[in-house]
Design a protein around this ligand. Structure first.
Ligand code: MLT
Length: 279
C-alpha cells in the first residue's frame, strides 16, 4: 500500500494523446471491477483507473486528507480531491470521469469541486440523492462494527446484493469474484468509506448546473440504485447539457462485470463523442 497520501493510478493504457478516461470503482471493491470492461474498449487513448482511499493499493483516507491539507473527517470531498491530484500528477489536466456507485458519488464530488477538470461525466449504477436518515445510521453502525471486530462480515452480503437476479441465479462465478475482492479490502477502508458516504450531500443541483456531455448507465435489475435514480440524474443533467440514459438488461448493480460488453460499447461511443466535443 502506498503511504505518501497520493491515490494510486493504474495507467492501464499508457499514452498521453487525447482525452483520458478516468475510472472510479464502487464499494467495497478496487480497480479489478473495471478489468472486463477495459479489455473490451477499443482504441489507444489513455485509460486511468484510480483506487479510492484505502482500497486496493491506495493510502488511507486520513493520509490522503493530510497530504492535501484537508479536513481529516471522512468525506467524499477528500476522495475527489485525491482523484484530481493523482490524475494531474499523471500529467492530465482534464478527463472523462466515469464512476460506478461510490465511484459515481466521487465523480459528482469532483464535478462540484473542480468543474473544469470534468470534460465528460459518466455515472454508472449510482445516484445523486443523499442517504435517508436510516441508511446513514446503518452505515455508521457498519463502520463501528467492522472496526470493532476487524472483520468484514457486515459487508460480505454485498457479494450477492450487488448482482441482479439473473446473475444471482446463473453466475456463481461472479458471486465468488465479488467475495474474493471484498475479502481483500481492509476494515479501516470500509469504515472510512461508509462514514464518507454517510456524510455526502444530495448533488442533484450540481448535475443541473453541468453543461457538458454525460452518460448514465443502470442495470435493469439494479436494486441498490434503481432505474428511478438514473432517470432523476438524466433529467437533471439534461437541463443544460447533453445526457444519454442506457438501461442494461439482465444486469444488476455491477453492470461492469455482469454485462461488460455492453458497458464497454456505450463507454467507447461516449468517450469518442466527448473527445470530439471537447477538443
Ligand atoms: C457501491 O456499489 O459502491 C455501494 O453500493 C454504494 C453505496 O453503498 O451506496
Amino acid at each position: 500500500m502506498r503511504t505518501d497520501g497520493q491515490l494510486v493510478v493504474h495507467h492501464v493504457r499508457p499514452g498521453s494523446n487525447g482525452l483520458p478516461l478516468v475510472l472510479l470503482h464502487g464499494f467495497p471493491l478496487d480497480r479489478r471491477m473495471w478489468d472486463d470492461v477495459i479489455d473490451l474498449v477499443p482504441g489507444s487513448r489513455p485509460i486511468l483507473v484510480v483506487e479510492l482511499p484505502g482500497f486496493g493499493d491506495s493510502p488511507r483516507g486520513q493520509d490522503v486528507a493530510e497530504a492535501l491539507g484537508l479536513d481529516p473527517e471522512p468525506s467524499l470531498e477528500v476522495s475527489a480531491a485525491g482523484v484530481v491530484a493523482a490524475v494531474r500528477a499523471a500529467g492530465f489536466e482534464r478527463a472523462a470521469v466515469v464512476g460506478l456507485s461510490m465511484g459515481g458519488y466521487v465523480a459528482m464530488a469532483v464535478l462540484e469541486a473542480e468543474p473544469r477538470f470534468v470534460a465528460a461525466l459518466g455515472l454508472i449504477d449510482t445516484k445523486a440523492s443523499a442517504d435517508t436518515p436510516e441508511a446513514r445510521a446503518n452505515r455508521l453502525r457498519i463502520a463501528e462494527e467492522v472496526e470493532r471486530t476487524e472483520r468484514l462480515d457486515e459487508v460480505l452480503g454485498m457479494r450477492t446484493a450487488l448482482l441482479g437476479e439473473t446473475s444471482r441465479a446463473a453466475r456463481p462465478d461472479l458471486v465468488e469474484r465479488l467475495e474474493s475482492w471484498i475479502g481483500d479490502q481492509g476494515p479501516g477502508a470500509v469504515a472510512w468509506a461508509q462514514r464518507a458516504m454517510a456524510a455526502r450531500p444530495d448533488r442533484t443541483e450540481v448535475l443541473r448546473g453541468y453543461a457538458g456531455p454525460s452518460l448514465v448507465v443502470v442495470g435493469a435489475e439494479d436494486e441498490v440504485t434503481p432505474l428511478q435514480e438514473a432517470e432523476a440524474m438524466v433529467a437533471a443533467l439534461s437541463e443544460r447539457g447533453d445526457s444519454e440514459l442506457v438501461v442494461v438488461s439482465r444486469a444488476g448493480h455491477m453492470t461492469t462485470i455482469e454485462r461488460p460488453e455492453t458497458v464497454a460499447s456505450v463507454l467507447s461511443s461516449f468517450w469518442l463523442r466527448a473527445g470530439h466535443t471537447v477538443f
